[in-house]
Design a protein around this ligand. Structure first.
Ligand SMILES: Cc1cc2nc3c(=O)[nH]c(=O)nc-3n(C[C@H](O)[C@H](O)[C@H](O)COP(=O)(O)OP(=O)(O)OC[C@H]3O[C@@H](n4cnc5c(N)ncnc54)[C@H](O)[C@@H]3O)c2cc1C
Length: 382
C-alpha cells in the first residue's frame, strides 16, 4: 500500500524569490504564524545565483540584505546623456544569497515551517504534490516551479538576455554614487542592447550587457561586448572578474496561468515578470503581500487580484509590438522618455504606479507616428 501523503496547510513549491518572499509575508501575519508550511526545492539555496534590482520609495522588507542603493542614475543614448535624480525612489540592489540566508534565518524561528530538498515532478489541482522523494498534500500549493509560457497566436514573445560580471580593479575606477541604468551608446546590431553599471565602491561594480530580442546571443558575444565597453567607455583594461551571472527572462504579453484548484502560481510562473522590462522582484513582493493578506483575512489567495487586461498590460503589449515591428530604433523610445521627462515619473510608470494623467505624459514623450498605429493595431488584435 502506498504511504499516505504528508499533509500541510501550505506547500510552497520553489524556494526562490517568490517562494521565500511568500513565506516571509505569511509569517508577517500573527494569525498565520502557526500554519504548517512546507517549503520544497531541489536546491539548498546556498549560492549567490542572481542579483535583484528594483526601486521603491519606502523601505523594503529585505532592507537589511541590500548590497547597495542609489538616489541617482545615469542614462546614455547616442544623443543624450544625463545623471538623473530619481527621488523619491531609490534604486536598490540585493544579492540573492543574502536574501536566501535572511529568509532561512526567519524560518528557523518557526518549528512549524519545514524545508525539504526534493525534485518536484507534478502538481495536482487537488493540492497533491509529487516529488522524487515523497508525495505531499496541502490546502494550498504556491507554485513557482512547474509552469509553461503559453504559446498563443497574436501574443508577443521576446526575451531579456544578459550577462553580468562583477569586476574588481586595483585602482579606483567607479563613482559609487553614480550607477548607470542604461547605456545605449553600444552597437545596437539592429536590435535593442544596452549596458548597465552598478558600482558597489570605487573598485568594484556589476557591469551587465543586456539585450531585448527574440533570442539570446552566442556566449562569446556577451564577453566581447563587455570587454569593449570596459575598455572604450570606462577606460578599464586591468580587472579581475569575481562573479558572473547570466539570465534569460521572458518578455511576453501571453497570460500566464494563475493555477488551478488548490494550486496558485506565484513569481514568474504566476505572471509577476513585467513584460516590457523583465523586472519581477517588486511585483513578486506585491503578489506575495496580497496573497498573505488575503489568507490572514480568511479570503482565497487571489481574491481581489486585478483582471488580466489592466491598462499596464495593454501598454506592455504596445511596447513589445513596437520592439518587434522595428519601425523605430528601440533605443529612441528610452531616449525620448529619459530626455523629456523626470526619471522618477518613468520609474513610477514602469513600477505600474502612475495614474492616467501621468500615463498621458509618458505617451506624449514617445514618437506618436510609431506608437499610435501600434496602439491601434494592438487594440484590434485583442
Ligand atoms: C540572473 C537573473 C537576474 C535577475 N535580475 C533581476 C533583477 O535585477 N530585478 C528583477 O526584478 N528581476 C530580476 N530577475 C528576474 C526575476 O526576479 C528572477 O528570475 C526571480 O528569481 C524569479 O523568482 P521566482 O521565484 O519566480 O523563480 P526562482 O527564483 O527561479 O525560483 C524558482 C525555484 O524553483 C526551484 N526549482 C526549479 N525547478 C524545480 C523542480 N523541478 N523541483 C524543485 N525545485 C525546483 C529552483 O531551484 C528555484 O529555487 C533576474 C533573473 C535572473 C535569472
Amino acid at each position: 500500500m502506498a504511504a499516505s501523503p504528508m499533509t500541510y496547510d501550505y506547500i510552497i513549491a520553489g524556494a526562490g524569490a517568490a517562494g521565500l518572499s511568500l513565506v516571509c509575508h505569511l509569517l508577517g501575519h500573527q494569525n498565520l504564524q502557526s500554519k504548517r508550511i512546507l517549503l520544497l526545492d531541489r536546491d539548498l539555496k546556498q549560492t549567490n545565483d542572481r542579483t535583484w534590482c528594483f526601486w521603491e520609495t519606502g523601505q523594503s522588507p529585505f532592507e537589511s540584505c541590500l548590497k547597495s542603493q542609489w538616489a541617482k542614475l545615469h542614462f546614455h543614448s547616442p544623443a543624450f546623456s544625463a545623471l538623473l535624480d530619481i527621488s523619491p525612489y531609490r534604486y536598490k540592489m540585493l544579492d540573492s544569497l543574502s536574501f536566501y540566508q535572511h529568509c532561512f534565518e526567519l524560518i528557523k524561528r518557526f518549528p512549524n515551517v519545514e524545508f525539504r530538498q526534493d525534485e518536484l515532478l507534478a502538481l495536482e489541482p487537488s493540492g497533491l504534490v509529487r516529488g522524487k522523494q515523497a508525495v505531499y498534500q496541502a490546502a494550498y500549493v504556491f507554485n513557482s516551479v512547474l509552469f509553461q509560457i503559453p504559446k498563443l497566436p497574436q501574443k508577443h514573445y521576446l526575451v531579456q538576455h544578459f550577462k553580468g560580471v562583477f569586476i574588481k580593479t586595483a585602482a579606483p575606477a567607479f563613482n559609487p554614487e553614480e550607477p548607470t541604468l542604461m547605456d545605449f551608446r553600444v552597437a545596437q546590431h539592429q536590435d535593442c542592447r544596452f549596458m548597465y553599471v552598478l558600482p558597489i565602491n570605487a573598485y568594484e561594480a556589476l557591469v551587465e550587457y543586456t539585450g531585448f530580442s527574440e533570442a539570446a546571443l552566442a556566449p562569446e558575444a556577451y564577453d566581447q561586448e563587455l570587454q569593449a565597453y570596459l575598455r572604450d567607455f570606462l577606460g578599464i583594461t586591468q580587472y579581475e572578474i569575481t562573479h558572473e551571472e547570466f539570465g534569460i527572462i521572458p518578455m511576453t504579453d501571453a497570460p500566464f496561468s494563475k493555477g488551478s484548484g488548490r494550486v496558485v502560481n506565484i513569481g514568474t510562473a504566476g505572471g509577476a515578470t513585467k513584460a516590457s522590462t523583465g523586472y519581477t522582484f517588486s511585483f513578486i513582493q506585491r503578489q506575495c503581500a496580497a496573497i498573505a493578506k488575503n489568507q490572514a483575512q480568511g479570503k482565497k489567495p487571489l481574491a481581489g487580484s486585478k483582471a488580466a487586461l489592466h491598462k499596464f498590460a495593454f501598454y506592455d503589449s504596445v511596447f513589445l509590438r513596437v520592439l518587434l515591428e522595428k519601425k523605430q530604433e528601440p533605443w529612441r523610445v528610452f531616449h525620448d522618455m529619459f530626455s523629456k521627462l523626470p526619471a522618477s515619473l518613468i520609474l513610477k510608470f514602469l513600477n505600474e504606479e502612475t495614474h492616467l494623467l501621468e500615463d498621458l505624459r509618458i505617451m506624449n514623450a514617445v514618437e506618436k507616428n510609431i506608437f499610435l498605429p501600434a496602439v491601434f493595431r494592438q487594440a484590434l488584435a485583442r
